[in-house]
Design a protein around this ligand. Structure first.
Ligand code: AMP
Ligand code: FE
Ligand code: FE
Ligand code: ZN
Length: 323
């Protein structure tokens, strides 16, 4: 534990660095801490993720599949084998009012009962929601059955299902040319087949992940393409007051003007944390949101600095997997 003076100095030093950083440019070297695998809607296995991260010379990598930790074991074994540090995480589906919010949770204890129950609820809700969407789509496209969708899940029942798997079934049936077209047409949130995923409140996710010894970062908060509304500054500040640890500023979905605003919120958030007696700054992170061949995002295209990863891990119950 650092004493209060050290903490204030560290916080000030971090804020200074954010202030002088160019919002358009993340760190040139470091970790990619937002990546998906076959355990959700990525097309590569955890071992392939870790191998590619090593081949690209990343300092470390995180596995952050949607609403699950099922890929952690395979990723950890691969990280030890190929020799690259691994951050174990999850991208948690959440909402804030009418705004859909994705939270990155890191290094929490997966045996925590409240957290396990929260993930189980979301995964169950996802299956029901996907089945109902498939039922609606099936009335128009008889080839699209629940079995056809399940056939696209790389790890069977271990995979968190979502619209990308329905998209892959549409592509396999020759109805769409790719995930992009499927999302723009049949799976559009404005289309007749769409159903939202019931999810916990974002502040609840912050509380539960923190209660399980983990840290939370709000993902792609400034991406206007995935939401008709974005989190307001006031909503973001409420999450910070609830104990949010970081903001994913460097993400391809966040336009530069949004990154600038998010950086400013991170600096102000440090003041909020100080007033509430929460240690350390609001961390500024970056990640590619890699999905293998499922999206054009390139592994390592946005990074988080080594210092930021160290500050994040220092707040958590679980250690980084070191090779
Ligand atoms: P869902 O959570 O089931 O509503 O599906 C949303 C997921 O689909 C997100 O995790 C995105 O990664 C993915 N997604 C959204 N749009 C696209 C797209 N155009 N192409 C591929 N994947 C997408
Ligand atoms: Fe995804
Ligand atoms: Fe996301
Ligand atoms: Zn993601």
């Amino acid at each position: 534990m650092t004493d209060a003076n050290n903490d204030a100095d560290d916080r000030e030093a971090y804020a200074d660095r954010i202030r002088s950083a160019d919002p358009a440019e993340g760190p040139a070297r470091g970790w990619d801490i937002h990546c998906h695998t076959t355990f959700s809607d990525g097309t590569r296995t955890p071992a392939q993720l870790v191998e590619e991260a090593r081949a690209r010379g990343l300092h470390g990598v995180a596995i952050t599949d949607h609403d699950t930790w099922n890929g952690w074991e395979e990723a950890a074994a691969a990280a030890r084998r190929v020799g690259i540090p691994l951050l174990r995480g999850t991208e948690v589906t959440a909402h804030c009012g009418r705004t859909s919010v994705h939270m990155l949770g890191y290094l929490y204890d997966p045996d925590d009962r409240e957290l396990a129950a929260m993930f189980a609820r979301t995964r169950r809700a996802r299956v029901e929601r996907a089945r109902e969407m498939v039922r609606r789509i099936n009335a128009e496209f008889p080839q699209i059955t629940w079995d056809a969708v399940c056939a696209q899940a790389g790890e069977g029942k271990e995979t968190t299902v979502g619209r990308p798997h329905i998209a892959d079934a549409l592509v396999a049936a020759g109805i769409c040319t790719g995930r992009d077209e499927a999302f723009a047409t049949v799976l559009s949130a404005r289309g007749p087949f769409y159903i939202p995923t019931p999810s916990p409140d974002a502040a609840e996710v912050v509380r539960v992940v923190k209660g399980a010894g983990g840290a939370t970062v709000v993902a792609h908060a400034g991406d206007p393409s995935r939401n008709s509304t974005l989190l307001t500054d006031a909503e973001l500040e409420k999450l910070i007051a609830a104990g949010l640890d970081g903001i994913e500023v460097h993400h391809r979905g966040n336009p530069v003007s949004q990154r600038r605003d998010l950086m400013r919120e991170a600096i102000w958030g440090g003041v909020i944390r100080e007033r509430l007696g929460l240690p350390g700054p609001v961390l500024v992170t970056g990640g590619s949101d890699w999905h293998g061949a499922g999206k054009p995002n390139v592994l390592g295209e946005n990074l988080t600095g080594d210092d930021t990863v160290a500050l994040l891990a220092a707040r958590c119950a679980l250690p980084i997997v070191e090779p």
